[in-house]
Design a protein around this ligand. Structure first.
Ligand code: SF4
Length: 349
């Protein structure tokens, strides 16, 4: 898949844009003053594979969280700041790796200059994050609604404020809760500039709705080569955001390597507990980093053939299971032994 050629920027140890892999982000959702809980959650996110962690910095006290996160994490930390440019400067002093701020919301030119200058000195990029609710009044009046064109114009306005001070380590997000608007806006933005794009559908809802909207929105852009870093927004535990983002990337062969699990929907020919077997295989391979295709199929008649392109798999027999490799059966085991045997074979690959 050919990816759009964007400017490559660096947040801590992680590159975003250019030829770098698409990265997975998430955001802490503990109260900002719950430092211990936030650090615990950030560690869980890092363990789950989150590559960039964002934390809200709503006030001066919350800057302490940035210090604590930096002490406990190896992935980059992003400070999410609204309106108060001093919080951006304090977060930079605390060692933050990236700032999410909209320069048009922080007041006078001097403040924008101060933030751009401090970021430049410390090599810290800025993400400009526009969404339907943040579009400036004059732009809204021009377009009549927060349509894709309005969102992009708003993002470019914020970009111009940083460029004025010769600052261009910029990432842009243009999120909408409307999937079609979001897709159109990112496409327009990718035509208008070379800055890396942080993809997301905002306020995507609870788990199922968020997965569907994000898979369509983020997935269709990534399939077109647009997007450099992603956040799946879910009203839930942010670890689920990371898992969902990793699944979207894996479905498009992007991001970190790992197994692609294919399983059949089961039908009247299925004679084993395939649904639970498939779930067990998925859970056992959660941390596997082998770029393999693993099939979990319901029957021996069609399974190995239907999953011929799989590197390895299980096909259900009558009270037993067959392990197959590239469509060829290699052994017959009991249903209870099936997952252990499959994992053993995968370890050998
Ligand atoms: Fe049915 Fe077999 Fe196909 Fe699964 S692999 S859907 S059990 S025919």
């Amino acid at each position: 898949m050919e990816r759009r050629n964007t400017k490559k920027i660096k947040a801590g140890s992680v590159f975003i844009g250019g030829d770098s892999p698409v990265t997975v982000q998430s955001m802490l959702n503990r109260p900002a003053d719950d430092i211990d809980g936030s650090v615990r959650q950030a560690i869980e996110l890092e363990r789950a594979g989150c590559e960039i962690i964002r934390a809200a910095v709503p006030d001066k006290d919350a800057v302490r969280l940035i210090y604590e996160l930096k002490k406990n994490l190896s992935v980059p930390v992003v400070a999410d700041i609204h309106f108060d440019y001093r919080l951006a400067l304090s977060s930079i002093d605390a060692g933050v790796d990236k700032i999410r701020i909209n320069p048009g919301n922080i007041g006078s030119d001097d403040r924008v200059k101060a933030v751009a200058g401090a970021c430049k000195v410390h090599g810290i990029p800025v993400r400009i994050g526009v969404n339907s609710g943040s579009v400036e009044k004059n732009i809204l009046a021009k377009y009549g609604s927060p349509c894709a064109e309005a969102l992009v114009e708003s993002a470019m306005y914020h970009v111009s404020l940083l460029e004025k001070y010769d600052f261009d380590d910029i990432v842009i997000s243009i999120k909408s809760s409307d999937v079609r608007t979001m897709i159109k806006a990112y496409r327009l933005a990718s035509e208008r500039c070379r800055y890396p794009l942080h993809l997301g559908v905002t306020e995507a809802g609870t788990y199922e709705s968020a997965i569907v909207k994000s898979s369509i929105g983020i997935g269709s852009l990534l399939a077109d080569g647009i997007g450099d870093t992603v956040r799946v927004s879910i009203t839930d535990d942010p670890v689920r955001e990371v898992e969902a983002a990793k699944s979207i990337l894996r479905a498009l062969s992007l991001g970190k390597p790992g197994p692609d699990i294919v399983s059949c929907p089961t039908c009247g020919r299925t004679k084993i507990g395939l649904i639970s077997l498939a779930k067990e295989v998925e859970s056992r391979l959660k941390n596997c980093e082998k770029p393999i295709k693993v099939a979990v199929m319901g029957c021996a008649v069609n399974g190995p053939g239907e999953a011929r392109e799989a590197d390895i798999g299980i096909a259900g027999g009558d009270g037993c299971a067959l392990i197959f490799r590239h469509g060829e059966i290699i052994c017959k085991v009991s249903e209870e032994e099936a997952v252990d045997r499959l994992v053993e074979e995968i370890d050998r690959l």
